[in-house]
Write a protein that binds this ligand. Structure first.
Ligand code: ATP
Ligand code: MG
Length: 87
């Protein structure tokens, strides 16, 4: 199994370039031949949009998974994906 490296980019300061940095690090690593998976934990979903995807509904973001009343079913309402069973 290939070694996995996890990089977390965090800052309480808004607009300080977190998402821009994540996209560019991801791009460069992918360009160098690494498999890259980007997770955006910010409910503003800007990472999704920065990589050219449509703005998701709030229900389709990790914000739902992290909410207090999360029941284990996610993603919600995404065509072609099966809902996971509540745990
Ligand atoms: N190195 C840079 N030089 C100039 N502008 C930059 C740089 N990095 C990011 N920006 C610009 O600053 C703005 C904020 O960047 P970004 O959205 O990445 O910040 P953020 O920390 O993720 O913000 P938020 O807290 O709102 O999620 C964007 O308009 C982006 O294009
Ligand atoms: Mg951001």
């Amino acid at each position: 199994m290939k070694k996995q490296v996890k990089i977390a980019l965090m800052s309480n300061a808004g607009g300080s370039g977190k998402t821009t940095l994540a996209v560019n690090i991801g791009y460069e690593l992918a360009h160098a031949g690494h498999f890259v998976c980007l997770f955006g934990f910010d409910p503003n979903a800007s990472l999704t949009m920065f990589v050219g995807l449509d703005e998701p509904e709030p229900e389709q973001t990790l914000d739902r998974v992290l909410s207090k009343n999360f029941d284990g079913s996610w993603p919600a309402g995404v065509k072609g994906l099966k809902k996971s069973r509540p745990v």
